[in-house]
Write a new protein. Sequence first.
Lengths: 75, 723
Amino acid sequence: MTLDRMLPGGFGRVAALAGEPSLVQRLYELGFLEGELIEVLAIAPLGDPLEIRCGGARLSLRKSEAAGVSLVDQL
Amino acid sequence: MTCTRTLTVALVGNPNAGKTTLFNALAGLRQRVGNYPGVTVEMAKGRCRAGDVEMHLVDLPGTYSLAARSPDESVAVNLLLGRVAGEEQPDVIVAVVDASNLDRHLYLVTQLCELGRPVVVALNMIDVADKQGVKIDISRLAELVELPIIPIQANRAKGLDNLTAAIQQAANDGDVPPTVPFPEMFDKEADRLAARLPDVPAFLIRRLILDVGGQAEAQAASTHGRELVDEVAAVRKRLAAADCPVPAVEARARYSWIRKATTVAVTRPAQPPASATDRIDRIVTHRVWGTLIFLVVMALVFQSIFTAAVPAMDVINAGKDWLADIVRNHMPAGPLSSLIADGIVEGVGSVVVFLPQILILFGFLAILEDCGYMARAAFLMDKLMSKAGLSGRSFIPLLSSVACAIPGVMATRVIEQPRDRLATILVAPLMSCSARLPVYALLTSAFLTVGHAWWVPGVTLFGLYMLGFVLAPLVAWSLKRTLLRGPTPSFVMEMPQYQWPSLRSVVYRMYDRAKAFLVRAGTFILASMVLVWALLYFPSYDLNGQSYDMRLTEMRHQFDDFHGDAKTQIERQIDEVNGEWRRQSYLGRVGRLIEPAVKPLGWDWKIGMAAVASFPAREVVVGVLGQIYNLGRKGDDELQEPLGQALREATWHDEHGGRPVFSVATALSLMVFFALCCQCASTLAVIRRETGSWKWPAFAFTYMTVLAYVGALVVYQIGSRIS
């Protein structure tokens, strides 16, 4: 399951990051480490981007960027 | 008291850490903005005193990491490393950290510790962390990370004395902080590379390995060639094989080190309480409510720049005219009086008149930014703007430009990506601003009201506004595919916690923007106003060697002595002399020179000249047309009706013999020209200021003029054939 396909209220743990190197690096910097809990809080009214919670922070992420984040079900 | 010593202190932190608030609290009004060649970053510099120490503060742009991906980002890194010519390396680095988001903010701190300079952590927003039930044992944390940590509340100016004391202490001790251990394999590879590149600082060697496609790599490639890039790629391959893949290795090393400290020193509630931000965001980013709130907020901001500024702008305009009249009445006629009245007073007035809009817009923007709504607005609009190759952050600057491009361009600072910011700046003047309204109003009322259906003027006005709304995204889209092409920057944005904006910070930002506009842009606008004045004033003698100014003054004196018909006659003579003067002025000659070029647009030389003369500001065209059509100096409102009539009656003087100059097609062509051109010295000056180079205002002016010319040409050629 990749993050862009999650619905609001859904969550999972980061399994792997893929995509453009600078994006992957930015996501790592923001704390998208393997095993980190990610929660989808909302989807923008126009259908993109997503508002998610990672660690203590809320982030906005486009679906195209979220597509590189694979998640595993919680626990 | 004399200073015994000065310290250079750099403030660094994530966006939303409260860094700029801290900077303003420390430096107050003792600050200025520094530009760096070739980049769009601005770093605010300020001073503050603590005892007998004078601190030189540098406020660096907010960043999540020192992994520089653009020339703009590498300026900050190079400044911290003391590699920017003319800038001193900071004696102490102050890392501003959000206590409610500690782990992530400490990530940047661990990078700062590798720069070889003492680091002091300013722990901001402890009140917010406290509300979330996060308890931080500060002394324990300081012990574990081996850094001085000072709790502050930047928005309440609390803890600043402790902070400045800690900065001095750190400078005195000069202790270089400990660094996060990386896997042994990584250190070995870094050492090997360092031996090959002895002139590159250790910090940049590590960045060279870690940042795929980053600035360190680009720099190394340009100085050491392709070979080195291949070598770095080989290093990364070896690291990946040894289970330290780039870039994961960095995040893993830093976060595991950070977490070791924070698990001990920080206690978090098992189940974080639903914060105010959670509750607010459930509504604000909601499909229906969120959209509704967004529309209301935007309407409020937009409406207020449009309407609330009007009374103040009227007062400024009236004051300008009053002052100009005093000068004309109390100084002997001649170049000096005219320069002061028509050049300087009008010039300064045309700058100051934008001030109310700037203050109102930036008051609103500062509140929206500080309370955290700006990020939500960008979130809501991102999809729409991404179609034009921009991000949600471009929405507000573009919307503001509908009132006036000047605050719009200045508002692009919220856009972090330099390329996106530049694209937004370049298309912002395409949005139909309020200065176009006098032109639209004059021409629609003169040519599209009488004898046309009632809806024609309204639809025309709507069409002219739509022209900007449609073309701005299209131009942005093509810019992002041509001139400003590059890897699509990711748009990962933090949505900050909601909080009350601090009055101090809001007022400060309004002041700062107003000052920036008046001082930097104002001088250029004034200069261009004076230039146009001179081109319209000189040569100031008629064929008989008499000064026009003298002739007019004499006539005006007579005017007061006459009554009835004689008075009207004198008035007409005054207008005629005035018109003759303008026509034979240098600008008038330019108008005649360019007539062949503007004829395909349906314009005669008078319109061409008026268009050229309106370079300082579009609305000037109304006044200049008034002067050329012998209507003398009157306010725009008084001018509108007689000028409309004069325009309707104007005829060609050449082979067209007596055919009216203006048709509906000509009026439309002129309006389309003014809808698309960049005849606004203030906008150009602000673009220069915001981009730090004359290249971009020149580009904006050129492409918009071409667009305007082509647009007007198409409209006239099609329009004149239909009618």
